[in-house]
Write a protein that binds this ligand. Structure first.
Ligand SMILES: [Zn+2]
Length: 430
């Protein structure tokens, strides 16, 4: 069943959904939205109630805290937050992601609004996701024989379901020892490499140092915002014409780069409203028109997008984006117990804080060789102790010396662009 659904989505995205005009895009969106709202009225208690007195454009914006507060009523599959959370935490702790809730996958997300989010994805949605990723990443006219290496924050079975005789897929855990990952990568010789920019940077460095020989046909940056300097370095070291991007977060698969290397919104499946910040930059308000188990409707994302002024030469009518300015964070560099410098990715440390309790907002700054400053919006003994022990557990696991940690009051500076993890000390030395 799964493979059929993957194939159906793959062919639809690849060949049957060209959407060459804005009118065609909007017609499809209207049709999907009408069907989606009918479904939500039937199946989601929260939306049934909201839609009684409001039209779609009057629905309140969603964010992570609303999602967590009203989780049980928003869900259309009757999954309770407590059950999903318990399972997701257990999975995350064990670093195994094969336990599911019925036919649904659950997972935790870190992020910028509130510190812990929870997502639920049905088997059908998972298959559609895989089909779309394959359709977007496999090169035109050359489908067979590809080996796809996918480095991701371990999330759940969502990321493990690709794999067949025609296309092979291997999953690499960003949390695992990087030397092991590089060794596995050497054996696997991927033709397509998909990884967060912080990991691509490490791979580029290993290639430059002659520790790894790798010549993928396509390289995708995923999950974190890509800095220009990193992009140039990665392109050069991995001998690419360009670096591609999949703009993916818990709230969905939002954008991809076309053959021209331009980022396009996935408007065949999502509706993007805009909260304008100036003439060209906007915060996206996203409605996933097909995601049903856990509806994402008028969900306000933290990232900042900048639209292209000219239409893309590829001819797609999907909105072209100049840049995604994110809110992720820097990589900390800590001293290893053996004296080496050890990179601690923003992503890894924000995920470690998923286990900590008692606060909502935080920011971590590296202010010295072995000094961290952590700002929390609630500074009681419980939250401080909980954060300290999770940070220690993570750093012990990574083989880092424990740094000195000072705790301060979290102050919201109101900036649109917020980095949770900030490296303010010295150069990147790894
Ligand atoms: Zn294009």
């Amino acid at each position: 069943m799964g493979r059929l659904r993957i194939l159906r989505e793959f062919t639809a995205v690849r060949w049957f959904r060209p959407l060459r005009t804005r009118r065609a895009v909007e017609r499809r969106q209207r049709r999907l939205l009408a069907a989606h709202l009918r479904f939500l009225r039937r199946r989601s208690p929260y939306f049934r109630d909201q839609l009684r007195s409001r039209s779609f454009v009057e629905l309140p914006f969603m964010d992570k805290s609303l999602m967590m507060e009203r989780f049980d009523e928003i869900s259309t599959v009757g999954i309770a937050k407590e059950d999903a959370l318990a399972l997701a935490l257990a999975n995350e702790r064990a670093r195994e992601f094969d336990a599911d809730l019925g036919s649904h996958s659950v997972g935790l997300s870190s992020g910028t609004s509130g510190h812990r989010g929870l997502f639920v994805v049905s088997a059908a949605e998972r298959d559609a996701w895989v089909g779309t990723v394959l359709a977007r990443t496999l090169p035109r006219g050359a489908l067979l024989g590809h080996r796809i290496a996918l480095f991701l924050r371990a999330d759940n079975t969502l990321y493990e379901s690709v794999g067949s005789r025609v296309v092979s897929f291997r999953y690499f855990d960003v949390f695992a020892d990087m030397a092991d990952n590089l060794a596995r990568l050497r054996d696997y010789r991927p033709t397509i490499l998909v990884a967060p920019p912080s990991v691509l940077r490490l791979i580029a460095r290993a290639v430059d140092a002659g520790e790894l020989e790798l010549r993928p046909r396509k390289v995708y940056s995923v999950a974190e915002v890509l800095e220009l300097a990193d992009e140039q370095r990665i392109v050069r070291s991995l001998k690419q014409d360009r670096l591609h991007q999949l703009y993916q977060c818990t709230e969905g698969f939002l954008a991809h780069t076309c053959e021209q290397g331009v980022i396009h919104l996935n408007e065949d499946n999502i509706l993007v409203e805009r909260e304008m910040l100036d003439d060209v930059r906007f915060t996206p308000i996203v409605t996933d028109l097909r995601r049903r188990a856990q509806p994402i409707v008028r969900y306000r994302l933290g990232d900042v997008l900048r639209e292209c002024s000219d239409p893309c030469p590829c001819g797609s009518a999907l909105t072209a984006i100049e840049r995604i300015e994110g809110r992720e964070g820097d990589t900390l560099v800590l001293r290893g117990q053996d004296g080496r410098s050890i990179p601690v990715f923003a992503d890894v440390i924000t995920r470690a804080l998923l286990y900590a309790e008692g606060f909502d907002e935080y920011r971590i700054r590296q202010i010295g060789d072995a000094q961290l400053e952590i700002a929390l919006d609630r500074l009681d003994d419980g939250s401080v102790g909980s954060v300290r022990s999770e940070v220690h557990a993570l750093l012990d696991r990574l083989g880092c010396e424990r740094p000195e940690i000072s705790f301060v009051e979290y102050v919201n500076d109101g900036s649109a662009k917020l980095r949770r993890v900030v490296q303010e000390w010295g150069e990147r030395r790894w």
